[in-house]
Design a protein around this ligand. Structure first.
Ligand SMILES: [Zn+2]
Length: 216
C-alpha cells in the first residue's frame, strides 16, 4: 500500500515540501494525542495513529488528481444542446485549512455550454477532487468554476456552495445551524441577470445572490 501511494504521489513532487514518511505522520498523531492530554500507548489509542493516517489518505486524496486533465479527457460534444445545464445538491465533505475541521455541504453547478458538456458523475467527481484538499469555501467555489470555465469554455459558469463549518459549530463561537453561502458567477451568469436568476431559481436561491457576489 505504501508503495502504490508513493508512486502516485511522485506526480506532485514539484509542489511543496517533501512528504513525510508514514511513521513520521503517525508520530505526529501521537504528539497530538499527548497534547489533548491522553496517553497514546494505552490500549484504546494504540492503533489510532495508523487509523488517522489512513483516514488522511482518504480525506486528502484530492492532491493526487488534476481535475483539469480529468475533465479534458471526458467532455462530450453538445449535439446542439444550448440551454443551461444545472446540477444541484452535490454533497461534499471537506476540511477547513485553518483548523482541519470538517466542512460539510452542497455545491450547485450551472453552465451554459458552447460546444462541450460533461456527464453528471464527472461534475460530482470534480467537486470531490477539490473537496478532498485543505480548503476554504470561497477558494473551493472559485476553483470549481475556474476549472469548468477553462476546460469546457462555456458561455458561462455558476457555482454556489452552501456549507456548515465544524470549526464554527463545535468550537470558537459555537454557532450551530449557521450555513455559509459562497458563489462564483462567470460569463453570462455574471453579465445577464436573467440567466443568473434562471440558475438561482433552479437551485431554489432566487433573490439570495446578486451578480456581483463572488465575481472577479
Ligand atoms: Zn476552520
Amino acid at each position: 500500500m505504501d508503495k502504490v501511494l508513493n508512486t502516485k504521489r511522485l506526480r506532485g513532487k514539484s509542489a511543496g515540501p517533501a512528504r513525510p514518511s508514514r511513521t513520521e505522520a503517525e508520530d505526529a498523531v501521537r504528539t497530538l494525542i499527548r497534547w489533548a492530554g491522553d496517553d497514546p500507548s494505552r490500549e484504546g489509542l494504540r492503533s489510532t495513529p495508523s487509523r488517522v493516517v489512513r483516514a488522511y489518505e482518504e480525506w486528502f486524496s484530492g492532491y493526487n488528481d488534476d481535475p483539469r486533465e480529468y475533465l479534458k479527457r471526458t467532455f462530450e460534444e453538445t449535439g446542439g444542446y444550448d440551454e443551461v445545464v444545472v446540477l444541484r445538491d452535490i454533497r461534499f465533505e471537506s476540511h477547513c485549512e485553518h483548523h482541519i475541521a470538517p466542512i460539510i455541504g452542497r455545491v450547485h453547478i450551472g453552465y451554459l455550454p458552447r460546444n462541450r458538456v460533461v456527464g453528471i458523475s464527472k461534475l460530482a467527481r470534480l467537486v470531490e477532487v477539490y473537496a478532498r484538499r485543505l480548503q476554504i469555501q470561497e477558494k473551493m467555489t472559485a476553483e470549481i468554476a475556474a476549472c469548468l470555465d477553462a476546460v469546457l469554455k462555456p458561455h458561462g459558469v455558476a457555482v454556489v456552495t452552501e456549507a456548515t463549518h465544524q470549526c464554527m459549530t463545535t468550537r470558537g463561537v459555537h454557532k450551530p445551524g449557521v450555513t455559509m453561502v459562497t458563489s462564483r458567477m462567470l460569463g453570462v451568469f455574471r453579465d445577464h441577470a436573467e440567466t443568473r436568476q434562471e440558475f438561482l431559481s433552479a437551485i431554489g436561491m432566487r433573490g439570495v445572490i446578486n451578480g456581483s457576489s463572488g465575481s472577479g
